[in-house]
Ligand binder design. Structure first.
Ligand code: ADP
Length: 489
């Protein structure tokens, strides 16, 4: 809107008409005082000011406007018929005017000037708005940067206070922070501690984790600088995400050396103990078999039943020791498979027969679902039998009071799928992945059922060596389905 200030109503009238003919919005003031009142209330894009006015004249109005922050930027055009001399024109500019037009005025030229100044003002306004927005944006960014810096400092302080070796890295895997403990194992902040030659190559697994954007968890031996010896650590690296994008990585090495040494000692003890137990046990079994043979020639007596029970118990002990030996073989990478083609259908029939005869007292009924397997499988038939017997034995052990087991066979994704389903106690879903770990037993059932927690661990290793998959579907009170898959050779 344009404000026209003139004490002559006829001047105001004609200027208003002229400006409105070009679609300008016009407001008017009949004196300097009224003009000053109006500028404080309204926003004007241009002020056209008569110089000669009773009371406050045009120059004074312009000087006052220049003093108000609200009106400082509003362009002022002086319009005068009387004060056309140079000194007035000079004063007009000095008091803040941007143009000084003397009458008579050519309407076209006048309108051109007004339009130009009006546009200039609008551009100035737009520019200052842009500047204001930019300043706000800069302020927001500065604040965000300050907050980010604070967060990073907080995180670094937290990492510094950890009892582990801790580090942070950018999205490209470049290390950006390490805590003091790092230097017990590395001489340089940018270089990972040296790993044992038999363990993972740190750079390789790190590159892999960055490529996949996945967290990493590995046991690794790293070399302590002062002693030169390797210590077991659990390495964990996790991506820090902002919604879906990875922003950085945080990693820790937790010292698990004591625990690991204990575990190694325990494994070593188990290995020695099971080896040492095996020899006398084999002799005991041989003597019992001799006794059985002698007894079979005698009429049946109480001794016959005692010998038979002793034989059963020795067989159980033999299985236990066999499992313990398998565990130490797995630990030493010595559990070898004797791969031969065999008929899975025959193996399944034989396993069902074995399970039914060894549990004849318990009315177990094994139902078969799925097609007969006609294609031969290449694998270690004795080890696959061990897996099936283990699944069935567990299906009986962990389902007291239930007499049904379903053996499922199927072909899924070009693989043979075999599953043993029971209707027993089941297990909580968070335990499903852990039951295949060494010595793991679900605590809810551990007290009630005897066991060592190594059967499934051995099964898992056997299936892994056959390039198969394994797992369990289960829910508490509903039963469990343990399955494995094997590739067709
Ligand atoms: P063990 O039976 O000697 O404890 P396993 O390795 O065979 O050892 O099994 C590990 C654990 O998995 C068991 O202790 C038990 O808690 C759970 N488990 C195994 N089979 C079943 C099953 N069919 N139903 C419910 N829980 C099972």
């Amino acid at each position: 809107m344009i404000l026209v200030v003139d004490d002559q109503p006829e001047n105001i009238f004609s200027l208003k008409k002229l400006l409105e003919s070009k679609k300008f919005e016009v407001d008017t003031a009949a004196s300097g005082e009224e003009a000053l009142r109006k500028v404080l209330k309204n926003d004007y894009a241009l002020i056209i000011l008569d110089v000669q006015m009773p009371g406050i004249d045009g120059f004074e109005v312009a000087e006052t406007l220049a003093g108000y922050s609200k009106t400082r930027e509003v362009p002022v055009i002086f319009l005068s018929a009387v004060n056309t001399e140079k000194k007035f024109i000079t004063r007009g500019y000095a008091s803040g005017g941007i143009d000084y037009i003397t009458k008579p005025v050519d309407p076209d030229i006048f309108l051109l000037r007004v339009t130009t100044f009006h546009r200039l003002y609008e551009q100035t306004l737009a520019l200052s708005e842009t500047q204001r927005v930019l300043e706000k944006e800069i302020e927001i960014r500065k604040k965000a940067q300050r907050e980010l810096k604070d967060k990073v400092e907080d995180l670094n302080t937290t990492l510094e206070s950890l009892p582990q070796i801790a580090f942070r890295a950018d999205i490209y895997g470049r290390i950006t922070f390490v805590n003091r403990r790092w230097f017990q194992y590395s001489t340089c902040a940018g270089i990972f501690p040296q790993t044992h030659p038999d363990d993972i190559c740190m750079e390789e697994v790190w590159a892999e984790a960055i490529k996949n954007g996945e967290p990493l968890e590995r046991e690794v031996r790293i070399r302590e600088i002062s002693s030169g010896s390797y210590h077991y650590h659990l390495l964990r690296i996790i991506p820090i995400k902002n919604e879906l994008d990875i922003k950085s990585w945080v990693g820790t090495f937790t010292d698990i050396d004591d625990q690991k040494q204990e575990e190694l000692k325990k494994d070593e003890f188990l290995s020695i103990a099971s080896h040492e137990l095996k020899t006398p046990l084999t002799s005991i079994k041989a003597y019992i078999q001799l006794l059985e043979r002698i007894e079979s020639k005698q009429p049946e007596s109480v001794t016959t039943s005692y010998i038979s029970r002793a034989h059963d118990q020795v067989c159980k002990l033999e299985n236990l020791i066999g499992d313990l030996l398998d565990v130490s073989k797995i630990e030493n990478g010595k559990l070898k498979m004797n791969m031969q083609p065999f008929s899975m259908e025959q193996l399944l029939a034989s396993v069902i027969e074995t399970i039914s005869s060894t549990n004849s007292h318990s009315n177990i009924h094994i139902e078969r679902k799925g097609p007969a397997i006609t294609t031969e499988i290449t694998g270690d038939v004795i080890r696959i039998e061990q897996v099936l017997i283990n699944f069935f034995t567990n299906a009986i052990k962990y389902a007291p009071g239930s007499d049904k087991i379903i053996l499922h066979t199927a072909v899924k994704n070009d693989r043979l799928y075999i599953a043993v389903q029971d209707f027993g106690i089941g297990m909580p879903s968070d335990k499903k992945d852990r039951v295949f770990a060494k010595f793991y037993r679900v605590e809810e059932s551990a007290m009630e059922f005897q066991g060592l927690g190594i059967g499934l661990y051995i099964c898992a290793e056997i299936i892994r060596q056959h390039q198969g998959d394994f797992g369990v579907e289960s829910s508490v009170g509903q039963g469990s389905t343990f399955y494995f898959t094997l590739p067709f050779s």
